[in-house]
Design a protein. Structure first.
Length: 249
């Protein structure tokens, strides 16, 4: 396997995510939080009841931190809270697929999926949901790995797969080539909380995905009609300008 580390990239100058709709499939969002600055709408998706519009308040804080990280990178995006977690960060694959379908039906441009599954039995169902999203111009950003194992849907080439790096600067991302796919690495930390040491804040792959989603939203503003392949190519292109850092075989 060839693993290339290309230069770090900064977000495109002048792009703020204006006009880009970002769906945050997570624990909901607290729109009043100062890091969030409001949301454009949302929904709660539950297993045994009808979807409930506007019932997306976050009781766990996870989705709110994700929203804050995205807002920091792309301040003019339209954020939509797609709540699939209520009192615990657990759900099932049917709910996740239903959430993706909701985003497609509501013309969301970028889906932030700070979660995934290690169960490869769900691959066919997930691939079908991702294919439908891509067909309708919706880009999914998701964790490529969890606990050192490939995670769905983030490991699919039709998704913007993300890895976490605690040492990566929060205003940059790194571009990697793993086998025949392009994979992105971003900071594992959300926005800092005044008075709270960094190591005590929430951190992990969820926030690497959120940080990368902000960069993707900016690229989406620049190229709203690009396919997933062309959008990845644009993100890679924006990372160039310096010599390659390292190549490991």
């Amino acid at each position: 396997m060839i693993f290339e580390i290309l230069p770090k990239a900064q977000h495109p100058v002048g792009c703020t995510g204006r006009g880009v709709k970002v769906g945050i499939i997570d624990s909901g969002v607290n729109p009043a939080h100062p890091h969030v600055g409001g949301v454009a709408g949302g929904v709660r998706i539950s297993p045994n009841e009808a979807d409930r519009a506007n019932d997306y308040l976050d009781y766990l804080g996870h989705g709110t931190a994700v929203a804050g990280a995205i807002r920091e990178k792309a301040p003019d995006t339209e954020l939509y809270a797609v709540k699939v977690f209520h009192r615990a960060l657990t759900t099932n694959i049917e709910i996740i697929i239903k959430a993706i379908d909701w985003c497609v039906d509501n013309h969301i441009d970028v889906i932030n999926l700070s979660l995934g599954t290690l169960n490869l039995e769900h691959r066919d169902a997930i691939e079908a949901a991702v294919a439908l999203a891509n067909k309708n111009g919706c880009v999914i950003v998701a964790a490529r790995e969890m606990a050192g194992r490939l995670s769905l849907p983030g490991c699919l080439s039709s998704v913007v797969g993300v890895l976490a790096d605690s040492d990566c600067e929060r205003d940059r991302y790194k571009v990697n080539r793993i086998d025949d796919d392009v994979v992105f690495t971003a900071s594992a930390y959300p926005r800092e909380i005044p008075g709270v040491p960094r190591e005590h804040n929430l951190h992990g792959i969820s926030f690497a995905v959120a940080n990368m989603t902000g960069f993707v939203a900016r690229a989406r503003e620049q190229a709203p009609q690009n396919s997933i392949v062309d959008l990845k190519r644009l993100l890679v292109e924006q990372s160039k300008g310096n010599e390659r850092v390292e190549a490991i075989t």
